[in-house]
Ligand binder design. Structure first.
Ligand SMILES: [Zn+2]
Length: 89
């Protein structure tokens, strides 16, 4: 993972806010792993919500040039994961 920047973020409230509209998000009574935003109507898994909010927090710390570099690094990593042969180098 050489060259991929690492940013530490406070995980507080990352599974409490909708990553789409920013409003408070509610748990389903039947399934606490699933969250519903009553404002925009988006329904997502708790881990997906938290990971999106963590990514937003981390990206907000970069300036535009750094964000482009981070996106390139993520694309490179995705390509490596899709093609295990590329992970050998
Ligand atoms: Zn929402």
């Amino acid at each position: 993972m050489d060259g991929i920047p690492v940013v530490f973020v406070d995980p507080k409230r990352t599974s409490k806010l909708c990553p789409i509209c920013g409003n408070r998000i509610q748990e389903y009574r039947q399934n606490r792993r699933k969250l519903l935003c009553t404002d925009c109507g988006k329904s997502m898994d708790r881990d997906v919500v938290a990971s999106m909010n963590i990514a937003h927090k981390a990206w907000s710390r970069f300036n535009m040039l750094e964000m482009i570099q981070v996106k390139r690094s993520i694309l490179l990593l995705r390509n490596q994961c899709r093609n295990p042969a590329m992970m050998m180098w």
